[in-house]
Design a binder for this molecule. Structure first.
Ligand SMILES: [Zn+2]
Length: 414
């Protein structure tokens, strides 16, 4: 050990940087592969619907999702191994300086000499994108046309993009009509000093997103927004259409026919209790502060590091220090340990926040309603509901349904 330590110390700084980057990249890869292996074991051995979900998930759906996840995970293992080896080969064979030189020749031919670093950078980006598209294409084709086809899961991507990014552009916000629910919401907001000014319902029935309710607004002027998929009694709007909007009648009528199974008022309040818990416990503010501090730190470190010549020599740039390459080396390679640690801390924190918000709703006496609301709301986007605990802790910033249910159950028994 002491000997290898000495050898390490004797290596020039750029060799040490280069080796550390490679070693770390493999360490992360092996760790992720280990977690994925644990998760595959869960897919393989969990063949029955968990008892808590018995009412909302039939064994056929469960089995289908299980086999799909198993195939997908095996596929990711091979594609992950491939890209790790590819990345290593690129680094070892000096792929980056080679591509940089090639870009210089191309931009030179086009009449842009060495003084046009920006042109050379653009060509470099273009070539790098082309290269990664070409090497990635077979994998993504296999994924789409073999795996997803086999399990009948294709086109999901397009549907999700539509539901998450395009449909919300056409969302309609309607004030929640006067009534029992509105009063209950106002009472609850008051009881925890939430400065509520308005409650809206959004016609979000096209959405697949996990979001059911949120709040926005600054300081003393907050609004709550509920998605209509959350509300069982939303069709009540039929009886009291918003004033002066006759055109809406037909649309709302057709909606009653395929009314979705929403939540009862008590359950809606429990879900809101969770969301307001995020506010009361200062989670939103904490997240903003963390992300600001992080950007500040990154730019500070970048400014310090960009002048270090050995970072460039480590990756084969002996007599030039192009800015683009510096960005790439620092953000992608040098920061990678920091990014791994940071993203793990953020995941842990976010999970904590979710459990705390659930606990807050429980303190408002809503554990039971939140329990049943969570089951109802996750009915359609359950995927495969069981996960290995380390895999879940590392990857899921939002705790899976079963873990939340478990925590609420523990809370109920207290
Ligand atoms: Zn939450």
């Amino acid at each position: 050990m002491a000997l290898s330590g000495e050898l390490w110390a004797e290596l020039p700084a750029e060799r040490r940087i280069f080796c550390s980057v490679l070693l770390f990249s493999w360490a992360v890869y092996l760790w992720e592969a280990f977690l994925a292996h644990r998760q595959r074991r869960v897919y393989r051995t969990t063949t029955h619907v968990p008892q808590e979900l018995g009412q909302i998930m039939d064994s056929e759906t469960f089995e289908k999702s299980r086999l799909y996840q198993l195939d997908k995970s095996t596929f990711s293992f091979w594609s992950g191994l491939y890209s790790e080896i590819e990345g290593t080969m690129i680094l070892l064979c000096g792929g980056i300086p080679f591509l940089w030189k090639l870009s210089g020749q191309i931009s030179g031919h086009a009449g842009f000499g060495q003084e046009y670093e920006i042109v050379q950078s653009l060509v470099f980006l273009l070539l790098a994108t082309l290269f990664s598209a070409m090497t990635g294409l077979p994998w993504s084709l296999y994924n789409t046309f073999v795996i997803e086809e086999k399990h009948g899961f294709n086109q999901q991507v397009l549907v999700t993009i539509y539901a998450d990014y395009i449909a919300p552009l056409f969302d309609k916000f309607i004030p929640l009509p006067e009534g029992e629910l509105k009063q209950q919401i106002e009472t609850m907001a008051k009881s925890i000093d939430f400065p509520l000014t308005k409650v809206y319902v959004v016609e979000g029935s096209k959405r697949s997103s996990h979001s059911n309710a949120y709040f926005y607004g600054f300081f003393k002027n907050k609004r709550i927004v509920l998605f209509d998929t959350l509300l069982e009694d939303y069709s009540a709007l039929n009886k009291e259409p918003a004033e002066g909007e006759d055109g809406e009648n037909e649309e709302t009528k057709s909606k009653t026919k395929n009314k979705k199974q929403g939540c009862k008022n008590e359950e809606v309040l429990a879900v809101l209790g969770h969301e307001l818990g995020h506010w009361k416990l200062g989670h939103t503010v904490k997240n903003i502060i963390i992300s600001q501090m992080n950007s500040f730190l990154c730019f500070f470190l970048f400014a310090v590091l960009i002048g270090r010549k050995e970072l460039f020599t480590a990756f084969g740039f002996y007599d030039t220090q192009p800015t683009l390459i510096g960005l790439m080396i620092i953000f992608q390679f040098i920061f990678s340990p920091y990014n791994e640690v940071l993203s793990f801390c953020l995941t842990v924190l976010s999970r904590r926040f979710e459990f705390q918000a659930d606990a807050f709703a429980k303190e408002l006496g809503k554990a039971k309603d939140l329990y049943s609301a969570l089951i109802k709301l996750n009915k359609d986007n359950l995927g495969f509901p069981v996960s290995d605990w380390i895999f879940s802790m590392w990857h899921y910033s939002h705790p899976p349904l079963l873990e939340r249910l478990q925590a609420l159950k523990d809370a109920k028994q207290e």
